[in-house]
Design a protein around this ligand. Sequence first.
Ligand code: IPD
Ligand code: CA
Ligand code: CA
Length: 272
Amino acid sequence: MTATPEPDALLDLAVATAREAAELVARGRASGAEQVDVKSSPVDMVTAVDRACEELVTRRLLGARPDDGLLGEEGGERTGTSGVRWVVDPIDGTTNFVYGLPAYAVSIAAEVDGRVLAGVVLNAATGELWSATAGGGAHLAVPGSDPVRLTGSRPASLDRALVATGFGYRVEERRAQAAVFAELLPRVRDIRRHGSAALDLCTVAAGRVDAYYEMHLNRWDFAAGALVAAEAGVVVTGLPGRPFAEPLGIAVAPSVADEFLSLLDRLHPHGA
Ligand code: IPD
Ligand code: CA
Ligand code: CA
């Protein structure tokens, strides 16, 4: 194994790659050339742009670092020898992409021994670029402005917290998610469903919502966004005693974290 690269070097490559990929996604959207197929269920869409984007990202990352591994949502899987593995969601928010809702992002994370050291989430519709390195903080760069460091929010109580969530594509998953949602809604300020897990995590980092939770996420959905949230000082965790996304992924402002975790623990169907 070669020496582990610096997180900043990994982030630079991830950001340059994400910028190029986001241009491809934006062009794909503008040309209206989406060919839609379905994957895990009739509502789980994948487009030619998702696939082309993953190919571009894979080519760029492995072109620069040929010994790395890679895991991509659209089938990319490669075992490397360098110790670095890239985790890629070429478009997180494909449903938004197809409908033209401006919340779809290229998500790229670099992990070493399963620990994410650098991550970028670039909203291809707005140009907002969210990034983080392990120990280096989380930042948002809005086109035309200087990057700002992210520090999340500090709501006074859970009943004043704005909470984002998402739903999987399988009917049975959705029934379980809807049951939790129905109990949660009367106990919080309100709920948002943005349609991109990566952006949801980043919005907690920015304090645009106070918390986010979702059941049954995949690694490519959250690898980059969870680092952005954690580096902003957000509590990023699973249910008490469980790792993130096994099966619930939770990102919550520290001021209401205990309250939120014990509520989700009570509401969540154990064993799911
Ligand atoms: C989906 C989005 C959505 C979340 C789903 C994900 P995709 O990813 O992140 O917000 O609720 O769980 O699968 O299919 O758009 O890459
Ligand atoms: Ca995704
Ligand atoms: Ca995707």
